[in-house]
Design a protein around this ligand. Sequence first.
Ligand code: NAD
Length: 333
Amino acid sequence: MIHTIEKGRFHMKTALVCGAGGFIGHHLVRRLKKDGYWVRGVDIKRPEFSKTAADDFRLLDLREPRNCTKAVTLANGQVVDEVYQLAADMGGMGFIHSAECEIMHNSVLINVHMTHAAATLGVKRYFFSSSVCVYRDMAPGEPPLDEAGAYPAQPDNEYGWEKLYSERVAMAYGRRYGMAVRIARFENCYGPEGTWRGGREKAPAAICRKVACAPDGGEIEIWGDGTAVRSYTYIDDMIEGIVMLMHSDLEGPVNIGSSQYVTVRELVETVASVAGKRISIRSTPGPVGVRSRNFSHARIESLGWRAEYDLRRGIEQTYPWVLEQCRKAGLIP
Ligand code: NAD
């Protein structure tokens, strides 16, 4: 395939996925391949759990400007048609609160250099993965916040501030260079092949692991009292949203997430029920994050997008995968 590009006989659409060694990027590469793209994946690591579907996978540190140029440039000297920027130094709440400097330093460098390279070299469409961490904390029961509700800005953590700044970088470059910029603000995303241990895992994977390792009738520890409200979006729904948004005319940030808001306690109950175990909860102090979430999905739904997976169905796909990882790692017999 690369040979075909060198000969200049390349007719497929080309895409670069930054962060293709990570959870969402790895799944996105698979989807773009199914959709008939030629795909280059870039990351500082390879996907951990299965082989990449990318035609070309490169280990490049995107904090370096010259690596961003290499990433977008094809062997025939042209640039990729579309860039999907999902590379970030990120993790769950534990990581976000302990690695503030790394997030502010590394993710800003990735975004500033990648946006600059893509826009100045002539990429036509650019996707940026932002987060609902750009929004302020909310009180339980508050009506939904729409995308404009991110201002006046009061994110709860530095990760959110970095995302808000990088959204603005992407939009400024889009305006000056005529690059179509699409920005998704993701809510929590989960599914098979997501980080499930090591400190960067998010709540659904962490709870699946804890429940998998607990005996029937056992107890698991959670940060806070379990009343914090979130929504959790299954990976296939998120990928569908990314693809729909990228090819739409929707300018400005767009929330993507399930409208099923649940407490952390309800998340534990769902996992326990899927696992077929009776599990009780022990609260412990920890970085809980915001108290509540409730976002408008009117913009993404205007494209016909709907979350197909409710929490139970998503956990039914995810729990067995985490259970298998726990077995392989020798955490359970
Ligand atoms: P992930 O950590 O699995 O993937 C991010 C990837 O970026 C990793 O593979 C990492 O190695 C790579 N990366 C880090 N530094 C890099 C560098 N210097 N050069 C090249 N690659 C580098 O995270 P994910 O869950 O797949 O998230 C993808 C994107 O979506 C991120 O931007 C994240 O902030 C955003 N997001 C995710 C969620 C979620 O729930 N997963 C929610 C909101 C926003």
